[in-house]
Design a protein. Structure first.
Length: 505
């Protein structure tokens, strides 16, 4: 048993404890206006320029519900196999926090719009892909809060800050909360299941066109709940890691919380029910605030908004607008691209399906598209700790590089150097090629001169080739590739070499 009271190695923790997870995902809807007023929702505007008496909660202002937000929520519920309520209403959730201009949040409490759904996710295991069904308890509507910026401290958090600034532009933006039921029985796959679920949910939202789901901008945020228990014992005390803002971090947050809670339990301590904040740099979380006592939000029905009663006809009309389910789409692409389940799982886990599909639409060969996105570019993304889609490489650049390879202007080795330059911010493909001098050497005279130089340095190799040992040509080809810094076509060098020596295959 570990004596480290801070963390226990993950594999060791899994020999003694069973993880239980629950995920709460907030999705900002991509509407043009806010949930209850006509203020713009455009991201990045100057602070407090997209506000009005309604979203600031000024006395006498009256909210009006955004119809598109309701339609989007119903479509989300249908895509997640939920039951759609025939009658529901909003409630006021009362609590004080500086980023909430009203001192209450308009949300849904005991009567949400969508309930009892599910979403199947696929995770990779040593035995092959495994499907896990994550059951969804509810999908409800609410308004987002504002945003606080803590200035003057070293961490960007309120502790140690000199002062805080509040921007209410985000306050009132339509927000959907998707809450899972408790997910049990995943064992050591729990971190991967958490990531796969948020990934699949993001893909569903994107397919529906209801949100840009940009985690780096906060339009998709995840709260990860976790507890540990020993087999056969009751459920343990849970912690809630708040506002995890990348797919990679969802997995890391669950992974690290398992290690932390295992260490607490191993040392005879007690896990505290609390919120925690995940640190991207350290891969660990820090304590936020205790939730050991139930908070009384004093919910009561929102008096300024009428209930929502979607008709069956309206729901069915919206059902007809649903796109192809991402999992069905992936199965179709797997068949079209002629890849196996492992290769598909690799694409899914890398977040590369849409990027590969877009590259193919630009004319890139399917195998080449997969090679670049799940090979060199994925390696760089992992090194930088970002998602593939966050890399400064476009599908158009992939297509351009492949076109240059096809016409003989580049080879694979040079292409990697091109992407290295693009990733370093040196410019577009053609500019990087020009600045780095990366074009393939096509001049026969230059290649023959390099061949002659290599033959002069290795006369015994020439004798072997002329005596019938054609495989010895590799030594000369390698020498020429070294001389040309990899900028020659190896096949062409080989052909010129054999012609020079008067040898045929």
């Amino acid at each position: 048993m570990s004596t480290n009271h801070e963390t226990v190695p993950f594999e060791e923790a899994m020999t003694r404890y069973e993880p239980i997870i629950g995920l709460e995902v907030h999705v900002e809807l991509g509407t043009n206006s806010k949930m209850f007023c006509s203020c713009s929702t455009t991201f990045g505007a100057a602070p407090n320029t997209q506000v009005c008496p309604v979203c600031l909660g000024l006395p006498g202002s009256m909210p009006v519900l955004n119809r598109v937000a309701v339609e989007s929520t119903i479509r989300i519920g249908l895509a997640l196999n939920c039951d759609i309520a025939t009658w529901c209403r909003f409630a006021r959730k009362n609590y004080f926090y500086p980023d909430m201009p009203k001192d209450y949040q308009v949300s849904q409490y005991d009567e949400p719009l969508c309930t009892n759904g599910w979403l199947d996710v696929t995770v990779a295991t040593d035995e092959g892909p495994q499907v896990v069904r994550v059951e969804i308890e509810r999908v409800h509507m609410e308004e987002d809060t504002g945003k606080l910026t803590h200035a003057g401290g070293a961490t960007g958090r309120i502790h140690g800050a000199d002062y805080s600034l509040v921007d209410y532009n985000r306050a009132g933006i339509p927000l959907i909360e998707i809450v899972t039921k408790t997910v049990i029985g995943t064992g050591s796959l729990a971190p991967a299941v958490a990531r796969a679920y948020v990934t699949e949910l993001r893909d569903v939202m994107r397919a529906l066109g209801v949100s840009d789901v940009r985690m780096e901008e906060g339009s998709l945020r995840c709260d990860a709940n976790l507890s540990l228990n020993k087999p056969g014992e009751g459920w343990g005390t849970r912690s809630e890691t708040k506002n995890v803002n990348s797919l990679r971090s969802v997995e890391r947050a669950v992974h690290s919380e398992i290690e932390r809670q295992a260490a607490v339990l191993d040392s005879g301590g007690r896990v505290i029910q609390e919120t925690r904040h995940f640190n991207e740099d350290t891969g660990r979380s820090t304590s936020g605030r205790s939730k050991e006592q139930a908070e009384d939000y004093r919910y009561f029905p929102e008096p300024d908004l009428v209930p929502i009663a979607p008709s069956l006809a309206w729901v069915e009309e919206l059902r007809a607008t649903l796109p192809e389910v991402p999992s069905v789409k992936r199965a179709r692409l797997q068949n079209t691209w002629g890849i196996n389940e492992f290769e598909l799982a690799t694409l899914v886990n890398a977040g590369a399906v849409e990027l590969v599909e877009a590259s193919i639409a630009e004319g890139v060969d399917p195998a080449a598209a997969r090679k670049w996105w799940t090979g060199e570019l994925l390696r760089v993304a992992n090194e930088r700790g970002v998602e593939l889609s966050e890399l400064p490489v476009t599908v158009g650049q992939i297509a351009r590089v492949e076109a240059l390879i096809a016409d003989g202007s580049l080879n694979d080795k040079l292409a990697r150097q091109v992407f290295e330059g693009v990733l370093a911010g040196e410019g577009d493909v053609d500019l990087v090629i020009a600045q780095r001098g990366l074009a393939v050497v096509t001049d026969d005279g230059a290649l023959l001169a390099a061949i002659d130089e290599a033959l002069a340095a290795q006369p015994d190799v020439a004798e072997k080739i002329m005596s019938g040992k054609i495989q010895a040509a590799g030594a000369i080809v390698g020498a020429v590739m070294k001389t040309t810094k990899g900028q020659a076509d190896a096949a062409k060098v080989r052909a010129l070499l054999l012609e020079r020596l008067g040898v045929s295959e």
